[in-house]
Design a protein around this ligand. Structure first.
Ligand SMILES: [Zn+2]
Length: 239
């Protein structure tokens, strides 16, 4: 069957409302929650607004480093890049794929690198000057363990981190990573973060301690957002 016919047939099929079963690590072990297509669409809109805050605009290029199992937030970020008409490449965030990050960074000269991990940095450090490489990249959104490494070499990195099934994304104010307050309720207790499904979320998630050391700031951010901000102990650790 020709490809066009296959696609036509596929479009006629029912699409289940469930997009993902999100599996994440919590304080008591692995937990699961669901992610519907409607929720994913709202997550994508939110990620689009956050990336627009960082100045991402049509015609720019971006490099996303993420793992396949992170589709629950990776898909929202990819959707955001598409909505913003930003051309993107994807590399795996695991250390073994650092060469792909290196090649994309050299060839794409991305305006933004999103999801940079400490494992990727470790791999790159064997053959490159990390500071030289990323100081020239206007927007670097890095994972918790990578942020202090980058800041130590003069890269103005902002934090990106999954917080259970939610995504935390720091704005250019660098005052903590925003979590979509319309979709999630995040807080801290005894120095550790918890997350619960917010009022808009149709997939249920009761308050779940995450075993992640950190705290949550409420109140208006300098960027104008009222979304809560997550501060992680790992990111603030002196490097
Ligand atoms: Zn902000």
């Amino acid at each position: 069957m020709a490809r066009a016919d296959t696609l036509t047939r596929a479009r006629e099929l029912d699409r289940p409302e469930l997009a993902y079963v999100v599996r994440f690590l919590a304080a008591g072990g692995t937990r699961e929650t669901e992610l519907t297509r409607a929720e994913l669409a709202r997550d994508t809109d939110w990620a689009t607004a956050r990336l627009r805050q960082h100045g991402l605009a049509p015609g720019q290029r971006a490099l996303l480093t993420a793992s396949g199992f992170e589709g629950f937030w990776g898909h929202a970020v990819i959707g955001a890049l598409r909505a913003l008409k930003v051309t993107y490449g994807i590399a795996e965030a695991m250390g073994w794929d650092h060469r792909r990050t290196s090649v994309f960074h050299r060839e794409l000269r991305p305006h933004a690198v999103i999801g940079l991990s400490a494992e990727t940095l470790e791999g790159l450090a064997g053959g490159a000057d990390i500071g030289e490489m990323f100081r020239a990249t206007p927007v670097v959104l890095a994972r918790p363990a990578a942020v202090p490494v980058l800041r130590a070499v003069g890269v103005s990195a902002c934090l990106l981190s999954p917080v259970g099934p939610a995504l935390a994304l720091e704005c250019p104010e660098r005052g903590g990573a925003h979590v979509n307050g319309a979709e999630w309720r995040v807080g801290d207790r005894d120095g550790e973060l918890f997350v619960a499904a917010g009022e808009q979320r149709t997939s249920p998630l009761p308050e779940t301690p995450l075993g992640i050391a950190g705290r949550v700031l409420s109140g208006r951010c300098g960027c104008g957002s009222e979304d809560p901000r997550v501060l992680l102990a790992e990111t603030d650790r002196p490097s």
